[in-house]
Design a protein around this ligand. Structure first.
Ligand code: NI
Length: 396
């Protein structure tokens, strides 16, 4: 087995420079969720040149590439997300985004490059594998109806016995990874509330129904749900992100709309919150003679890792970067990630790949216009992903 691992790592060392170039190319040409046409074309071309049979789809730009060594045997899947964000890049990198207002500010360019590298490297040892491998290049991770649902609908998890994914992480140094047993990331739902009142002259409020006042009461009460109704041992967040309404300073406003997000790390809490929100809203609107419309959209579920799969990631990481650099993250964070949908269905683990290098300025948080990934982290990502896949197949 050691020779298999050695060959794999030697191949990764050899292709590393090329994978860095691929990352820069992806970074320079970011595409928004659901519009990843060029990105998908580039990935497909590279994989096909290496002899992969790549499946593409009519309704999205995702790709599935299988390495079949034993007909009918289960697959171990590795997944990367490929989309970018509507942010104007402000780094000085030579490969900075050429697309106005679009940027790989979450590092999905690095995830894509790492998965490509892992696929190319594992392909070179394919004859020695004891099972099948699947590489999932998933679009549209950054939006509520994330692309993982589309990929699952296209059979991405058919005959899959384990799945792994990673995310660039500027809070750990390059050469470190973070793992987490159990829940790692929160569910991410969205909601929209509209309150309808009655307009009137601003000097005669008693003749109208003030939607701004009603909404302010509703917002206030929504902010009490987490502190007074939810068990403090189950973290939850209800945050409002937008508010719109009103037409003039002297007119009682008859319509206000707010949008927000709900994050939880517990299934029961997640499913209790929408009703709590609506009960508050309904009571307030009735008491103030207003009406409302409440729309709640369930997005991706919690990312809940499976312990034996976390063990595999840990072991792979300890082999590549040493136990001292394989860090237990201990607490979940309230960010969301649609990898959770895969983990609802098959065992797997998601982990954090450290990308912070103070000398290169790559310790800036995600979704920031100055975010960038340290290229030196790609090699570790490829090796740990590839080794975890081998271990899950029973080959290492
Ligand atoms: Ni991301």
């Amino acid at each position: 087995m050691d020779t298999l691992q050695t060959t794999l790592f030697e191949t990764i060392d050899k292709i590393n420079e090329r994978i860095v170039i691929v990352r820069h190319e992806l970074h320079a040409h970011p595409e928004l969720s659901g519009k990843e046409e060029h990105t998908s074309f580039l990935i497909k071309g590279i994989l096909e040149a290496e002899g992969f049979n790549v499946r593409s789809f009519d309704d999205n730009y995702g790709l599935i590439a299988d390495l079949v060594q034993q007909e009918g045997a289960p697959f171990v899947a590795l997944r990367a997300d490929i989309d970018a964000l509507p942010i104007q890049e402000r780094t000085e990198a030579p490969y900075a985004s050429r697309e106005a207002g679009i940027m790989h500010a979450c590092g999905h360019d690095s995830h894509t490059a790492i998965l490509l590298g892992a696929a190319l490297a594992l392909n070179t040892v394919r004859e020695q594998l004891n099972g099948n491998l699947r590489f999932i290049f998933q679009p549209a991770e950054e939006i509520t109806d994330g692309g993982s649902a589309q990929m699952i609908a296209h059979g991405a998890l058919e005959n899959v016995k384990a799945i792994f994914g990673l995310h660039a992480y500027p809070y750990l140094n390059t050469g470190q990874i973070g793992y987490k047993y159990g829940v790692m990331l929160a569910s991410a739902d969205t909601f929209e509330i509209e309150v309808f009142g009655k307009s009137a002259h601003g000097a005669r409020p008693h003749e109208g129904v003030d939607a701004i006042l009603v909404m302010s009461m509703a917002v206030n009460s929504l902010n009490h749900i987490v502190s007074r109704r939810i068990d403090p041992l189950h973290p939850a967040v209800i945050s409002l992100g937008t508010v719109e309404g009103g037409t003039a300073a002297n007119v009682i406003c008859d319509h206000v709309k707010v949008c927000g997000t709900v994050r939880t790390v517990n299934h029961d809490v997640r499913h209790a919150i929408p009703e709590m929100m609506e009960v508050s809203l309904k009571g307030i609107c009735e008491s103030m003679h207003a009406t409302y419309k409440f729309t709640y959209s369930f997005g991706s579920p919690e990312v809940c890792n499976h312990d034996p799969m976390v063990d595999i990631v840990r072991h792979a990481a300890e082999t590549v970067i040493g136990p001292e650099n394989t860090i237990d993250l201990l607490d979940p964070v309230m960010g969301g990630e649609d990898f959770g949908r895969y983990l609802e269905r098959v065992p797997g683990a998601f982990f954090r790949l450290g990308t912070c290098n103070p000398d290169k300025g790559t310790c800036v948080s995600q979704h920031n216009a100055r975010f960038d990934v340290d290229d030196d982290a790609l090699e570790y990502g490829m090796k740990i992903m590839a080794l975890a896949a081998l271990e899950a197949m029973g080959d290492a």
